[in-house]
Design a protein around this ligand. Structure first.
Ligand code: SF4
Length: 212
């Protein structure tokens, strides 16, 4: 995809959704961090269902830590990999309490040092909570980038670095949301809905699908 097409691609997504937001529900940076940590290999819908009940009783590092493993698991057991996520979240809460005054740090290095928090989670928090132009490459963004020709790469990191270079600055801050939503609802994994795709004219994918 050339520069002009990339610009048109994002201009079109922006026109359709000028202020995109994550579908995860949160009211604080800590709630966002918790929701993203729980969302690995799980749907946002399943995470929201669990956190709606969890955050009413515990939405600070200390309150979640005080729940203990079994207490925390009782709120999140409907989410995939809940046992290891509960352990990671408790360890993260402990670190936040002991090393960060119960405040989520805004440095990538400090975020990635938290148990269960990898580069992707750090990127989401830096972007959605702190307004930094980071690009969290999840399965949707990885697929859309490679399929459309926006950023071809073999690993999420390779795609992330290319996207950061290729997406015009004006669109970078929201690009991650537009691409996730586009991948989730239009450019889907099994059968992309090319026949109703607003950015089809700018996309390099040759085998465009037709409605049957
Ligand atoms: S035209 Fe098809 S492959 Fe290209 S972005 Fe749209 S849905 Fe995806």
């Amino acid at each position: 995809m050339n520069k002009v097409a990339i610009n048109d691609f994002f201009a079109t997504l922006k026109a359709a959704n000028p202020m995109p937001v994550t579908e995860l529900e949160y009211t604080s940076v800590f709630e966002l961090l918790t929701a993203v940590l729980l969302s690995a290999q799980a749907t946002d819908v399943s995470v929201n269902k669990a956190t709606r009940k969890l955050f009413v009783v515990a939405n600070t590092p200390q309150k979640i830590f005080d729940l203990g493993l079994l207490g925390l698991e009782s709120y999140i057991k409907t989410i995939g990999l809940y046992h290891s996520k509960a352990k990671h979240l408790l360890e993260t809460c402990k670190m936040l309490i002991e090393q960060h005054g119960s405040v989520v740090p805004r440095l990538r290095q400090e975020l990635e040092a938290l148990p269960g928090v990898g580069r992707k989670t750090a990127n989401v928090v830096l972007n959605s909570a702190f307004g930094e132009a980071t690009m969290a490459v999840d399965t949707h963004i990885f697929r859309v980038s490679n399929r459309t020709g926006l950023a071809v790469g073999k690993t999420p990191l390779a795609v992330e670095l290319k996207l950061l270079k290729r997406i015009p600055k004006a669109y970078l801050i929201d690009a991650h949301h537009w691409m996730i939503l586009h991948g989730r609802y239009v450019c889907m994994a099994r059968q992309p809905r090319c026949w109703e795709c607003g950015v089809a004219n700018f996309c390099d994918y040759k085998a465009k699908t037709l409605q049957d």
